[in-house]
Design a protein around this ligand. Structure first.
Ligand SMILES: [Zn+2]
Length: 147
């Protein structure tokens, strides 16, 4: 599966493997596995640190943009209470609004870096042939290292 497809599905809050869209019980409560293909989203302990990282990066970018554009547009006397309030509000709202996208996007990035394995619980019909080939190449390389 092309990385672009994984990322596109992740950016649309869909399962990167099958494209299923019903992955959240509420805005912040994600189901543990995909109801269609069976992908277990929490693939490793600490898996969600990557989605937190994505969220923090976006918040920092938004805060810096609001601050710098706000100051530049109102120079030489920027209304710092208004700009500060807007940055504080964005620091609270953006991570909440981006939360589900950061989760599915991180799942897509993780799948692009680490192909599916048998432990991921994905139904056999959804195992991606390219992932399967990469997995077998990596396994044969690791078996050769053992010898
Ligand atoms: Zn799925």
């Amino acid at each position: 599966m092309p990385t672009e497809t994984l990322l596109r599905r992740g950016a649309r809050r869909r399962c990167p493997v099958c494209g299923e869209g019903k992955l959240f019980r509420s805005w912040v409560r994600m189901v543990p596995e995909c109801p269609q293909c069976g992908l277990v989203f929490d693939r490793l302990p600490g898996h969600w640190l990557g989605s937190w990282f994505l969220n923090i990066c976006l918040v920092q970018l938004v805060v810096v943009l609001i601050l710098s554009i706000g100051v530049a547009a109102t120079w030489p006397e920027p209304p710092m209470w208004i700009i500060g309030g807007a940055t504080a509000l964005s620091a609270v709202l953006v991570p909440f609004l981006f939360f589900p996208i950061s989760r599915t996007l991180w799942c897509a990035i993780d799948l692009a870096m680490r192909p599916l394995d048998y432990d991921d619980g994905v139904a056999p019909g959804f195992i991606l042939s390219e992932d399967q080939e990469r997995l077998e190449v990596e396994r044969s390389a690791s078996h050769e290292d053992d010898k």
